[in-house]
Write a new protein. Sequence first.
Length: 467
Amino acid sequence: MINTSTEIDDHTNSADAVTQRTSGVKAIGHSIVSKIGILGINAATGIITARALQPTGRGELAAMIIWSLFLASSTTLGVPSSLVYHLRRRPDLRREFTSTSLVMAFCLGTVATLAGAIFLPAWLHQYSPSLIRSARWFLLFTPICSMTLAGRAILEATDKFSMSNVVQTFTPLATLVALISFSLMHHLTPYTAGIAYVFASIPTFMLLLFRLNLQWMRPRYFRLEVGKLLLSYGIRSYGIDLLGTLALQVDQVLVVNLLSPSAMGSYIVVLSLSRMLNLFQNSVVMVLFPKSAGKSSGDILGLTEQSARLSTSITAVCGLAVCVLGPFLLRLLYGREYVGAVNSLRVLVTEVTLSGLVFVLAQAFMASGRPGIVTFLQAIGLSLSLPVMYWLVPKWGVFGAAVALLISTTARLILILFAFPIVLKTRFPNLLPRISDFEMVTGTFLNRKMRRTVESAGSTPTATARW
């Protein structure tokens, strides 16, 4: 006699295994689709400001608005990464983690605001007093940025990737609406554009609070011991968060002090165009760390390798197209005033491909609970950018800033590759693209389409298994 219940259980277990293997791919796919939309919105805002403000005005805008997000990301003390790590292990403490982390983020953002207000006048000395005054007022939104980073980490740690993508989309969408409104009223200046960018964080923050469930943010859920738990991992992972922020934004912070407003405007435009390629690696990282945290070292290495191969291959192909079409894209999208920076664009495309690879590989150390070592290695590589940038930017201008970033990123990539056998005691990650990687992705979405077809015909996977 055939034991049908056993067969059903085996089939169910097999289906669960397949679901687990493909759920990460689906989440990455959803994230990529969302980030393509975000890129489209960001491209629109970049085109509007670049054409309306010209290089000088675009540089002044950047000098005013880069600080809130930079300071918020630089002063997290690793709380977002720690939330992901601990929520995967202690989902029963979600209320306590939510309330405690938001209070911590607000306090850290407030300290960053005060420090920035003191620091900015000396750093922006070549800009007008009115611009410096506006930049300091915009710092008041730093605590909101800090709390948003923590809130998104909570959503992603609980597998609410789609909601996290929606939250990320709200800010650029609100910015675009405000910019169009100012443009139609013929009042689009660097100052009004700054208002559009900074105030757009408010609706995003309100949506985030609503999705996190307001009842979980009551004072009675704040726990000092939970804060200590967050900091115990957060301090060790903070270096990676900080270095990731510095790798993406320290160049802007430095060149705003070294370049004229016009050159700064050109640099921001080519940097923004090259950073559009970040969408593949960022989408992977958003899912990779939560999915791999707590797994065995072999599983972590396998997930990291596959994610790195797929994201880097796609980024490289798209980057090659941007390099070839660079002059045309700059002239068509932003205006002929920016075409002179095309060589800088090509260097930055190479850099963004490698830096994305470094970011993906770093998730293996985060998921293994070994963030401290890679933090140290990343710091060594990134520290090269400071003296190299101060050497090359005065000499080569915008192109020098791009080359300095590429040198720093190459050093970081070499160091993190050698950290795999030395720190994690594993082999070097295999980064050569495989056809099977792409077959798995296409197979995942084909299977999803087939399941929808079956369900629309009135059948379900469970019914099929029983049959």
